[in-house]
Design a protein around this ligand. Sequence first.
Ligand code: ADP
Ligand code: MG
Length: 225
Amino acid sequence: DREAYLHSERLHLISELSASVAHEIRNPLTVTNGFLQLLNESKEIPQKEKGFIEYSLLELKRAEQIVSDFLAFSRPQSENMVYSDFKEEAEYTKNILLPYAHMHQVTIQLSFQNNLRKEYDRNQMQQCLINLCKNGIEAMKETGGILIIDVSEQKNQILITIKDTGIGMTDEEISRLGKPYYSTKNHGTGLGMLMVYSTIHKIKGNIKVESEKRKGTTFTITIPV
Ligand code: ADP
Ligand code: MG
């Protein structure tokens, strides 16, 4: 049907995009990485500041990973496949976003009660959760609030809920989620949700969005085991 057609069109587009984006971004990343490594070897920089450099290097690596993930959209990535539950992914997401949440007066609550295991691409799954949670935090940047991440199990499915108390969306805005470059933010890429939908689509999962203006948004992801 039409929905399925749009889906595969998007997946096609993302792999087209990915090749050029990956190419354009890799070079500046490599150069930055090189200079940071040099700084890191300097004897004039105190230990505490070196910590900042280490973080920057890690995040740079992450950026590189994202680029690789975009590139990898059309290919299977056997080296990233794990057979696991989502506990580590949820924890990783929380930890990586804590400073960002703190900056926006957002508290992150994580609950986990699930032992169902599933084979999935770890990097893509982490990126997918980060994209969703980052949007949640950004939806609360004016007000602060609570971001709830919950992983549980329901009828032999893994259920991931990501809930914010932020600005919310109209039905019209919800319907535009996942369209390439759709963003209402000043520095948004409009690619985050596209990546989310593609990743969940690939593992045969489903995403439900419930939202109310000025009340908040809940994303419910179900993944069959
Ligand atoms: P970006 O975050 O770069 O704008 P995304 O694809 O991640 O791109 O999101 C697209 C748009 O969807 C956002 O600009 C925002 O308008 C809307 N959106 C996504 N998640 C939320 C949310 N949790 N609350 C409110 N709006 C959201
Ligand atoms: Mg986003």
